[in-house]
Design a protein around this ligand. Structure first.
Ligand SMILES: Cc1cc2nc3c(=O)[nH]c(=O)nc-3n(C[C@H](O)[C@H](O)[C@H](O)COP(=O)(O)OP(=O)(O)OC[C@H]3O[C@@H](n4cnc5c(N)ncnc54)[C@H](O)[C@@H]3O)c2cc1C
Length: 444
């Protein structure tokens, strides 16, 4: 026979016993191609699971070569990822068949084209399905809490084209804006000592607006399992909900605390305005960075500063401790706990106890700062039944997913390592997951 028309053994074998002929019930993608010159028609159907071709079948009307190339490409494609399958070329098909007569090479082209068309059909349908799904929601992503965690999540979702809303009950920027707007940001590589907390928040807010994030100044009262967010003014449904409610300064739970902690009567949880303490005798309770920060920020204004700590060592970072040692007006009472805050209208004295000696004593003070830690804001999730850690933080996996489907958590409410960059990193992980979950790109 003329070499130009000679088929290899493998071609003949596939022609006589074609593999994977037929149709797939509920095929995920269908590719149809034809060659008008020779009249060959080829259809390939695919079933995809987790981005892998689980099944590939064909129906071909054509010559022996068209049957053999179709049969071969199904064998080559099954078990491959979509990306790998898209890389199969006509040459690969011909090579696997031990070569094709030059005049029949177009058949291998047809097989590769039909497979690629089926994959493209699958991707288009998947995108369409994701769009239809998305239309069922008011927003792709709803974020509860407008601190660093929530704001950065909103920016990163907006950047990915996700329709995003963020709800904030009080101050945009969370604790940084509420407690220390003029402080230079720390622990933020590249920006330390270069920007204040409020400047950073303003940059985030501008970015969120530019990316068309819907910034809503509303307190969220409840979240339901079917991803509804309920506020005083309405109900909003999200494809994904992100909890970013942060923390609130913990109460010390001592006698007199409640009486003096409202309306500027002398009990505070942070120093927001050092001028308020000008000429005063201030007692700071606590032993971590917050307590030492409070002392340092009052160095220029307060008259006497006393830090009382239950243990025999402070836990602040070394450079702050060094700075503290240079301040003569700061006195540290180790092994000392606060028992009571007392006074008529304003704070006048503190009742203390040395825990080692078991001795009580009193101190005349004008203000008490209770820097005793932070409590995660999880109150509104009680009804939702979300799983918490033993310390009361929202439990998440490494994708920031909570125990409830479609609900994620970021920032301080979900982490005992409480820094801005941690909250931002959480936001990026969530934005990436939200995009892949909602848009279902072909590579997922
Ligand atoms: C005094 C102080 C100084 C700090 N300095 C630094 C620093 O220099 N560098 C650094 O990296 N980290 C610093 N931190 C830590 C940093 O502030 C936190 O890690 C960061 O704020 C966490 O962001 P977040 O969004 O998780 O929480 P938060 O900042 O607490 O924000 C949570 C937001 O959620 C809102 N919210 C709560 N409940 C609801 C509700 N039901 N509906 C709507 N909104 C709600 C709150 O109003 C709040 O605005 C500091 C912390 C403090 C307290």
């Amino acid at each position: 026979m003329d070499e130009q028309f000679e088929y290899s053994e493998k071609v003949m074998e596939h022609f006589r016993n074609p593999r994977n002929v037929g149709e797939i019930k509920d095929a995920d993608g269908i590719g149809r191609v034809g060659n008008p010159v020779c009249g060959d028609l080829m259809e390939i159907q695919i079933k995809v699971e987790n981005n892998i071709l689980k099944d590939v079948k064909f129906k071909t009307f054509g010559c022996g070569s068209a049957i053999a190339t179709s049969s071969m490409i199904t064998e080559m494609a099954i078990g491959k990822t979509l990306e790998e399958a898209l890389k199969i070329t006509r040459g690969d098909v011909a090579d696997e068949l031990g070569g094709l007569p030059p005049i029949k090479m177009h058949c291998s082209n047809l097989a590769a084209d039909a497979l690629h068309a089926a994959i493209q059909d699958y991707m288009a349908k998947k995108e369409e399905k994701a769009k239809v799904e998305a239309e069922k929601y008011d927003y792709d992503v709803i974020i509860v809490g407008g601190g660093p965690g929530g704001l950065s999540t909103s920016i990163l979702c907006g950047y990915r084209g996700l329709k995003t809303a963020i709800f904030e009950a009080s101050n945009w920027g969370g604790v940084l804006s509420w407690l220390c707007p003029t402080k230079m940001i720390e622990n933020f590589p590249g920006l330390c000592e270069k920007t204040t907390c409020q400047d950073l928040i303003d940059i985030w807010l501008n970015d969120a607006k530019r990316l068309k994030v819907d910034l809503r100044k509303e307190r969220v009262n409840e979240i339901t399992r079917d991803r509804k967010v309920i506020t005083d003014s309405g109900e909003y449904r999200g494809g994904i909900i992100v909890l970013a409610t942060g923390t609130t300064p913990s109460q010390a739970g001592v006698k007199g605390e409640e009486k003096f902690s409202k309306n500027d009567k002398g009990v505070y949880y942070f120093v927001t305005n050092p001028q308020k303490f000008a000429g005063k005798r201030v007692l700071i309770v606590g032993g971590g960075n917050s307590a030492v920060d409070a002392a340092l920020s009052l160095a220029e204004t307060a008259d006497i500063i006393t830090i009382a700590h239950r243990h025999d060592e402070l836990r602040a970072v070394p450079h702050k401790m060094e700075h503290l040692k240079t301040l003569d007006k700061v006195k540290i009472l180790y092994n000392t706990e606060l028992l009571e805050i007392a006074g008529a209208e304003q704070v006048e004295k503190a009742v203390m106890r040395n825990v080692k000696e078991d001795e009580e004593f009193q101190m005349a003070v004008d203000a008490v700062i209770l820097a005793v830690g932070l409590t995660p804001n999880t109150e509104i999730f009680k009804k939702l039944g979300i799983e918490l850690t033993e310390n009361g933080y929202i439990k998440t996996d490494k994708s920031q997913k909570t125990s409830i489907d479609g609900i994620y958590a970021v920032g301080d409410v979900a982490s005992e390592v409480q820094f801005t960059v941690v909250a931002i990193a959480h936001g990026l992980i969530v934005a990436h997951n939200a995009y892949t979950q909602l848009r279902k790109p072909y590579w997922r």
